[in-house]
Every structure is written in structure tokens, then in C-alpha cells.
Design a protein around this ligand. Structure first.
Ligand code: MAN
Length: 640
């Protein structure tokens, strides 16, 4: 592609011509060369019949003779492409054998051989000679290009492998998702069925409870009805026993009180003194005993008392609870009277046995006689008490009823609390009411309470399964969504990490995972974030080659650490640089086959080898040179 000696000479010749006078269109219609003008624009610089030139921006029409006359006429500098007259003009160098370029026209004839114009055409009238360096430039450029192509080719093949691997991983993932979703559907269906069954069983249980409740009431009522007559009888007997005992107590208190107050103290009978002392002790213990015993009842008072007793009695006959309470009260009274009585009997017994009969104290003697009569009466009464057997049977009834009522209450509480029949110890206790109730419960539920419990347990488990499965589906889908685009290629790299020691820190970047900064001295680790996605805008474009990691370790007085990772084509995955342009915000450049063009893309761009191949995709800066964009003071050597 080197320029031949002949063509170089003819170019210089034409250039000299164009520099000295205006070029005209030839008779054969070919366009005439105008210095500094690219072939694309040349037609705009051909002389017309009016011998005028229109500035490229259309702002002015000037005589054609003013083109390249070293005086700037057009505001856009377009009338002086071949001279440095305009500050904003553009000069085109053909760079035969290499790539054409456009430079600022103010660099024309500035005495510096511009690297971009390797053919030396920019210094056509400065008095210095610029040799044509295009062949050498082109050789270096082609070498560089070939190297780049090799890397792209090798990288592109690896990228293709990534895509293939990602495809099968994605396929596996999708199958896994489908499986988990099928499981989810199954669990949801099961939950629906279980909920229906649970509702049915609960409804049935509610009805059973109602049935049970009325059954329970019926049972309780039956027990009460059976017990109440016997209970009433018992209460009546106890009432009589209590009254009798109370009368006895009162009698004995009166006897002893009489002895205490009326005996003749002159006899100094120790038995009497002992009796009085013992009596006092009893009275002190039961402060109301004496007052009650000595009380004189008026007729009215007696009538009221009897009326009240009878009312209470009537109530007790109807109401089990009231009757039961009366029995308990009577029994407590009886116990007390019996205890009082035995103390009083002991005192009077001792007195009767030991008083000095020689003293003829009529009060003491009288008391002893009364006491003897009392004992006789008691004897007769005890032997005649035929109701004792009945009393025992009533007692038995009462005990059983109490136990039954207690058990019924206990079982009811269990039904209400646990929603299931009473525990087995109700049976163990051998309590008939418990047994009856349990059997009733079994009969009404047909043992369904066990099924309800199992349905509830299964529902709890199924709901737990469901939320676990849902979480699994979400996780799997998120994984796939995170790598959407670019044929999900990055799935193939997920989990792999790159690490690079860059002096003060070692950086570790895991694809689609975590980025970490490790202090080389001390080993402190700072999270630089977790992969959150590709660069905003995404699409199939370069967005996929910018990976964002965010929400890393909090930076003191600053933001959470984050890193933007930019991928460039390379044969291996490798971190090349990490910078921190602003506190705790990092930029990394990495090489990766993932950023290389695929072989198919390369094929579209033309064959891989052969310097100067016209179909070759130019680096961005080269294309810019051709279009006249991005021109400025950049070092021309940067182009390669
Ligand atoms: C650590 C490193 C630095 C960062 C400072 C901020 O030293 O993570 O990159 O700038 O913390 O305090």
C-alpha cells in the first residue's frame, strides 16, 4: 500500500498547480484537484459559470478567485482549505498508502510536519521539507490492527463459548424454574383443597360442639335430677342434726354457766374450780357461744327464724347449687357443734365424776343430774336413728355428683380450649360422667377431630412449602433477569472472580456478584458493592459492557462505596485499572472476551488479515478524522 515514487511526484505537481491558480473542470468531466479538499467535498469546489464559490455553510457567495487565496472570507473557513488563513478551516491530507486525515487548516505551513498528514502535504509552502512517512506509519498501524484483530478473533470465539454455556445454563435454569413453578402450582392446589376440607370440618365441629353442648346439658341435668331429691333429704336431715346438736350445746353451756355463776364458792371443790376454768377456756375460744346459748328468744323472733328456715328450705329443694351450699354449711356447723359438744361433755363428765358429793352444793348436783339425763336422751336418740343409712346413701350421691359436675366442667373446658375430646385420664379416673361424655363426643364426631388436626397440620406445612417455593422461584427468576440481554452471556461468568494487586489495594471483582477492595497492608476489606445491573439505558449496546456494583461499605462522611466496571475486548478476564475519581466511587477497566465482537460481527466487517484492507472497521478516532469530527489539538500519534 506504499505510495509509488511516480504517483508521489504527480501529486506534488497537481498540488503546485492548485496552489498557484484556480482549478477548472477538465474537458473529460473529471473534477479538478483543490488543495486541502477531501474527495467528498471536491464537487463543491469546482468553478461554475459565474466564477463564484458558495461557502459550505451557505452563508456567503464569493468570487471563485478567493478560494485558497490566503485570505479568509467564509465564516466557516471553507474558502481556505489549503492555507492557514482561516482559524476554523479544515485541511484534508490524502496520506496515500495510509489513512486519509483532516487537520485544522491553521496547522498548514506552520513549519511542523504534522503526524496526521504523514504524506507531508500540510507543509507545502513553509520552506521545510516533510518526508512522506505514510508507509512506515501504515506498517505500525497495520501491525497494531492485526494484533487487535487477533485478540478480537480469539476473544470472540471465547465469547461464543460463553454464549453457548450461558444458553445451556439458562436452559437448565428455565427448566428448574418450570419445575419449581409446577411444584408451586401443586402446593397451591393442595392448599385450596385442604382449606376447603378444613372449613367443612370446622363447620361440622361447630355443629358437633352445639350438639355436644346440648348433650352435656342433658347429661348434667339428668345427674342433677337424679341427685336432687336425695340431696334435699340429706339437707333436711343435716338441718335436724344441726339443730339438735346446737340445742345440746346450748343446754350444756347453760349447765356449765349455771355452775360457774351459782355454785357455792365456800366449798372450794377443786372439781368445780377445774370445770369452771375449762369452761372459761371454751368460751374464750368461741366468743359467741355463751351469748347464743343464753339468749332468750321472743316469740316473734322464733317465728321469723322459722319462716326464714322454711323459705330457704323451699329454695334448696328446687336448686341444686343452693342445696349443695346449705349442705356444706350445715356440715361445717355440725362439725363445729360436735367439737364444742365433745369439749363440754368432757368438762361435765369430769365434773359429774369428781365433784365432792359431801358438799351438798345444789347447783353442782343439779347440773350433774341434768347432764346424766342428757346422756340418756342421747343414747335413746342414737339407737333410734334409722335415717343414718339413708344419710349415707345421700352422701354417696352427693359425692358422685360433685365429682361428675367437676369432671363435666373440666371436660367442657377441654372441649372449648382444645377443640377435642377430653384427655384419656378422664377415663383413667374411672369417672362415670367423664366416660359418658367421652363416649358422647366420640359418637357425635365419629373421630373426625383427629382428621381436623391432621388437616390443620398439613395446611401449616403446605403454606410453609408454598412460601419457600415462591422465594425459590423469585430467586431463580431474578438471577435470569439480572443477566438478560447479550444472550444472557454473563450467566456463564457468574460466580467467577478476578483479582488484581494494584499497589496499595488488591481489587477483587466477582462477575454479577461482589466487588471488594482489600488493603495490602493490614488486609482490611471494604465491600465496593453488589452487582445491581448493567449501565442505565441497557439495550443491546455498550450498556452491557458497563457493570454497576452498588451499596458497598459505608464510606465515612461519604456515600456507600460503589464501582462502575467497564469491559474491553481481551483474550482473558483481567482487571487492568481501578481509579477512585471521587471519594468511594470507583471506576474499573477490565479486559474480557465477553466484550469482543463475535466472529459473525467480524465477518460482516470484512476479512481478518491484510494491511490496508478497505473494508476494515476503523478505530473511532480514525473515523472521526475522516468525517472531520473531533478535530483539535490531540496528539496525532495517539491515533495508533
Ligand atoms: C479506604 C479506601 C479508600 C477510601 C477511604 C475513604 O481507605 O476504601 O479507597 O477513599 O477508605 O475513607
Amino acid at each position: 500500500m506504499a505510495v509509488t515514487g511516480t504517483s508521489r511526484l504527480s501529486l506534488l505537481f497537481i498540488a503546485a498547480l492548485a496552489g498557484s491558480h484556480h482549478a477548472c473542470a477538465g474537458a473529460d468531466g473529471e473534477l479538478h484537484f483543490v488543495r486541502g479538499v477531501s474527495p467528498e467535498l471536491l464537487s463543491r469546489y469546482q468553478p461554475n459559470s459565474d466564477h463564484t464559490f458558495q461557502c459550505l455553510d451557505g452563508s456567503k457567495v464569493i468570487p471563485y478567485s478567493r478560494v485558497n487565496d490566503d485570505y479568509c472570507d467564509c465564516p466557516d473557513g471553507s474558502d481556505e482549505p489549503g492555507t492557514p488563513a482561516c482559524n476554523n478551516g479544515k485541511f484534508y491530507c490524502r496520506n496515500e498508502g495510509h489513512l486519509p486525515a483532516v487537520i485544522d487548516s491553521r496547522r498548514v505551513n506552520d513549519g511542523v510536519c504534522d503526524d496526521r498528514c504523514c504524506d507531508g502535504s500540510d507543509e507545502w509552502n513553509s520552506g521545510i521539507f516533510c518526508p512522506d512517512r505514510c508507509a512506515a506509519f501504515d506498517e505500525a498501524y497495520q501491525k497494531e490492527l492485526a494484533k487487535k484483530r487477533r485478540v478480537e478473533l480469539a476473544g470472540g470465539k471465547i465469547r461464543q463459548e460463553y454464549i453457548a454455556r450461558a444458553r445451556s445454563l439458562s436452559q437448565e435454569r428455565s427448566e428448574e424454574i418450570a419445575k419449581v413453578e409446577a411444584k408451586l402450582a401443586e402446593v397451591s392446589k393442595e392448599i385450596g383443597e385442604l382449606e376447603k376440607r378444613q372449613a367443612a370440618l370446622e363447620e361440622r365441629e361447630r355443629r358437633q360442639f352445639e350438639e355436644m353442648d346440648s348433650e352435656k346439658e342433658r347429661q348434667l341435668k339428668a345427674v342433677r335430677e337424679g341427685a336432687l331429691p336425695a340431696m334435699t333429704k340429706l339437707r333436711q336431715h343435716l338441718f335436724e342434726v344441726d339443730t339438735g346438736l346446737r340445742d345440746d350445746v346450748h343446754l350444756l353451756v347453760r349447765l356449765l354457766n349455771g355452775v360457774k355463776t351459782d355454785h357455792n364458792p365456800e366449798y372450794n371443790d377443786p372439781a368445780v374450780a377445774e370445770a369452771v376454768e375449762a369452761y372459761d377456756a371454751v368460751v374464750i375460744k368461741h366468743s359467741d357461744l355463751e351469748a347464743e346459748a343464753l339468749r332468750e328468744w321472743t316469740n316473734d323472733e322464733l317465728a321469723t327464724q322459722q319462716r326464714e328456715d322454711s323459705e330457704r328450705h323451699k329454695l334448696d329443694v328446687k336448686d341444686y347449687n343452693s342445696c349443695s351450699k346449705a349442705i356444706s354449711d350445715l356440715q361445717a356447723n355440725i362439725d363445729r357443734s360436735e367439737s364444742d359438744l365433745s369439749e363440754l361433755e368432757r368438762i361435765l363428765g369430769d365434773l359429774s365424776a369428781n365433784y365432792n358429793r359431801n358438799y351438798h352444793d345444789s347447783v353442782v348436783k343439779g347440773a350433774a343430774q341434768e347432764y346424766a339425763k342428757y346422756l340418756q336422751r342421747k343414747e335413746v336418740r342414737n339407737s333410734a336413728e334409722s335415717w343414718l343409712a339413708e344419710l349415707e346413701s345421700a352422701e354417696q350421691w352427693r359425692r358422685e355428683f360433685e365429682e361428675a359436675a367437676e369432671e363435666i366442667g373440666r371436660i367442657s373446658a377441654q372441649f372449648a380450649n382444645a377443640g377435642s375430646a377430653g384427655s384419656d385420664d378422664a377415663e383413667d379416673k374411672g369417672n362415670w360422667a367423664g366416660k359418658v361424655l367421652r363416649s358422647v363426643w366420640k359418637r357425635v364426631t365419629h373421630g373426625e377431630e383427629d382428621e381436623l388436626k391432621s388437616v390443620r397440620d398439613r395446611l401449616i406445612k403446605a403454606n410453609r412449602d408454598k412460601s419457600e417455593t415462591e422465594a425459590e422461584v423469585t430467586r431463580l427468576k431474578q438471577d435470569l433477569e439480572a443477566v438478560a440481554g447479550q444472550d444472557q452471556m454473563f450467566l456463564a461468568l457468574k460466580g467467577e472472580c478476578m483479582s488484581k494487586d494494584l499497589g496499595q489495594y488488591t481489587y477483587e471483582i466477582c462477575w454479577l456478584g461482589q466487588a471488594t477492595q482489600i488493603e495490602n497492608q493490614g488486609g482490611n476489606r471494604h465491600s465496593l458493592g453488589t452487582f445491581v445491573g448493567f449501565n442505565e439505558g441497557g439495550g443491546e449496546g455498550p450498556g452491557y459492557f458497563t457493570h454497576l456494583y452498588k451499596n458497598g461499605a459505608y464510606c465515612w462522611n461519604g456515600p456507600s462505596r460503589s464501582i462502575m466496571v467497564t469491559l474491553e475486548c481481551g483474550e482473558v478476564n483481567e482487571i487492568i485499572s481501578v481509579v477512585e475519581p471521587s471519594k468511594c466511587e470507583y471506576n474499573a477497566r477490565i479486559l474480557s472476551p465477553a466484550a469482543c465482537p463475535l466472529p459473525a460481527e467480524r465477518a460482516k466487517a470484512g476479512p481478518v488479515d491484510g494491511p490496508g484492507n478497505s473494508g476494515e472497521t476503523l478505530p473511532t478516532s480514525q473515523s472521526a478524522m475522516l468525517t472531520g469530527e473531533q478535530l483539535g489539538d490531540t496528539n496525532p500519534h495517539d491515533e495508533l
